[in-house]
Design a protein around this ligand. Structure first.
Ligand code: C5P
Length: 230
């Protein structure tokens, strides 16, 4: 059976995680949250006291860390496990996110994670969410989408999430963080965040999740992928 791969790349806060999960569950496809791998590596490094400057040990850890994603049969985010422990929430904190962005700039780390990411492509298909899914990891993907939104809107979304979790943060600070994370991700030498030349760009500014999902489903409907009742 042919394995269809749909890549959804874009900056943080563009909505790609939510949209990718909804799309995967609508199509009955597997889901890869590649950002979680970099987050897991940052957390594993902290736990094993590996410095984020120690390239060799980080690459070994990337290749061998014991990780698992447990899909929720009702859809939504998978549970993320590190050495058997549920770290779904821990990998989302700001410190781990900043560490992820640092380890993600190391060529040896990205190389070590390449085959682990490709192993997620199993029948009937995969929705892969990240920064370089369409450019590097799955260059032959059936459909490539690049989701984006203005930095202000992405910061506002993050602000709402944090408020929802009872954390108080300044919006201006978040705009600054979003901009500096973009800067690092877009300007690094290896696998910079960039839309693949054959990707379809969808600007999610001012659009609700169901609206964006509809745009993406329309792209899928107009492709060679059979979507059944999607
Ligand atoms: O998507 P998320 O915010 O969880 O990703 C965390 C970090 O991992 C990003 O800031 C980015 O630096 C890195 N990343 C990457 N390539 C991917 C996915 C994430 O470099 N495919």
């Amino acid at each position: 059976m042919e394995v269809n791969v749909i890549t959804i790349d874009g900056p943080s806060g563009s909505g790609k995680g939510t949209i990718s999960q909804l799309l995967a569950s609508r199509l009955g496809y597997h889901y890869l949250d590649s950002g979680a791998l970099y987050r897991l590596l940052a957390l594993a490094a902290k736990r094993h006291k590996v410095s984020l400057d120690d390239i060799e040990d980080l690459a070994v850890l990337a290749a061998h860390m014991d990780i698992a994603f447990q899909m929720n049969p009702e859809g939504g985010s998978p549970e993320v496990l590190l050495e058997g422990e549920d770290v779904t929430d821990q990998i989302r904190d700001e410190e781990v996110g900043a560490g992820a962005s640092r380890v993600a700039a190391i060529a040896q780390v990205r190389k070590a994670l390449l085959d682990r990411q490709r192993a997620f492509a199993r029948a009937p298909g995969l929705v892969a969410d990240g920064r370089d899914m369409g450019t590097v990891v799955f260059p032959d993907a059936t459909i490539k989408i690049y989701l984006t939104a203005s930095p202000e809107e992405r910061a506002q979304r993050r602000h709402n999430q944090l408020i929802g979790k009872g954390e108080s943060v300044s919006l201006a600070d978040l705009v600054e963080k979003v901009r500096s994370r973009d800067e690092r991700d877009m300007n690094r030498d290896i696998s910079p965040l960039v839309a693949a030349s054959d990707a379809i760009t969808v600007d999610t500014s001012g659009k609700s999740i169901p609206e964006v999902l509809e745009v993406v489903l329309d792209i899928v409907r107009h492709s060679e992928i059979s979507v059944g009742t999607a």
